[in-house]
Ligand binder design. Structure first.
Ligand code: SF4
Length: 354
């Protein structure tokens, strides 16, 4: 079908019609940063941790993942034998995940291991590709998300390890500060493998990556919104720079931001420092509250998923069932990575749920 020529409502009706036809066999998870049309159509909504846990419990035969590629890959790693994962646009990547490769991680890890005063546990942020998750799983490390970074890092520090944290330097340093680490216990490892800090005393080694959506927020934005609304509460994502986190009232994962705002009384005003689709939806769905973006910052990759490419993925499932047609944009994870990536993801769930 040519979905590009169809109205929004016609596409929504089509997707719902196919889901009804194969009742229970197609699940659509969506990340909070997806646009509202996709979120409204989805079966599950959440941040990357919630989606990883919830997707692992799905029994649907097909999972059509609305989010960026590393999230769809994560769902494919945790998928059951009979499950297949489709990603509506494989070009929806993540610039932060691209900031570290398995090869660079190996070089950094070997260098750190020689200089560190303790064994190293590699911890990779969920916002990474499967090779990096496998790299960590293979070396006794794990994955973390912004909702559990604190607990995961603490677990390894308490168990006699120093930590190699990648790719997000900002989440790393904000986590280090929350855990009370001092300057000489934090060492940045730059992309040319030089150090900023003292590797001999460091407890956390932080790779030099960042999310352009979140480093866009600055302390002037916080000051400006406080001037405009003197009573406002500023809540930001920990991928923001340290100065912005320090200037805000609360920092936390997308799910934490959602819960704080939803559960607050209507007289609390909020300025939110994270992706604009999510902030706008919170504002639209809560007309009784004052909710403003700290600045409008869009993730262009999340925005690549839309009703048209979702409907195309769903159509290919229909073709597959009716005449054995080829699925489009199915996510395949190389076997060489799958097992160790799964070990890393399951270790995260084990530490968090313990
Ligand atoms: S918001 Fe940042 S970390 Fe998340 S997918 Fe977009 S670029 Fe990547």
């Amino acid at each position: 079908m040519n979905f590009k020529d169809m109205s929004k409502q016609e596409i929504i009706d089509y997707v719902n019609g196919i889901r009804k036809k194969y009742e229970g066999k197609i699940a659509i998870p969506a990340h909070h940063y997806q646009n509202s049309d996709l979120v409204d159509l989805s079966d599950l909504v959440g941040d990357s941790y919630k989606l990883a846990v919830d997707c692992a419990k799905l029994s649907a035969e097909f999972v059509v993942f609305c989010g960026v590629r590393f999230m769809a890959e994560g769902a494919a790693v945790l998928a059951k034998e009979n499950q297949r994962v489709l990603h509506p646009d494989p070009n929806a990547g993540c610039p932060m995940a691209d900031m570290i490769s398995e090869e660079n991680a190996k070089t950094a890890f070997d260098k750190i291991t020689k200089l560190s005063n303790k064994p190293i546990a590699p911890i990779v942020y969920m916002n990474s590709y499967v090779d990096m998750k496998a790299f960590c799983g293979e070396r006794g490390g794990t994955v973390c998300t912004s909702s559990n970074a604190n607990k995961i890092v603490k677990y390894y520090l308490d168990n006699g390890f120093n930590v190699f944290f990648s790719p997000d330097h900002k989440l790393g340093i904000n986590t280090a500060r929350e855990l009370g680490l001092k300057d000489d216990e934090i060492c940045k490892i730059k992309r040319d493998f030089s150090f900023e800090g003292n590797p001999a005393t460091a407890r956390m080694f932080l790779w030099d990556g960042f999310c352009h959506v979140h480093v866009d927020f600055n302390v002037e934005d916080v000051a400006a919104v406080r001037e405009k609304y003197p009573e406002i509460k500023v809540i930001v994502h920990p991928e923001c720079i340290e100065e912005v986190v320090n200037a805000s009232d609360i920092s936390g994962s997308t799910q934490k931001i959602y819960n704080e705002v939803i559960n607050s009384s209507d007289d609390v005003k909020w300025a939110i420092g994270t992706e604009i689709n999510f902030v706008q939806r919170l504002a639209d769905n809560n007309p009784n509250k004052v909710i403003v973006p700290l600045r409008k910052s869009l993730c262009h990759n999340m925005a690549k998923i839309n009703l048209v490419n979702l409907a195309e993925a769903i159509e290919s499932i229909d073709e597959y069932y009716t005449n054995g047609g080829k699925l489009i944009n199915e996510v395949f994870v190389k076997n060489e990575y799958k097992e160790n990536a799964k070990i890393a993801l399951e270790k995260m769930i084990e530490i968090v749920e313990s």
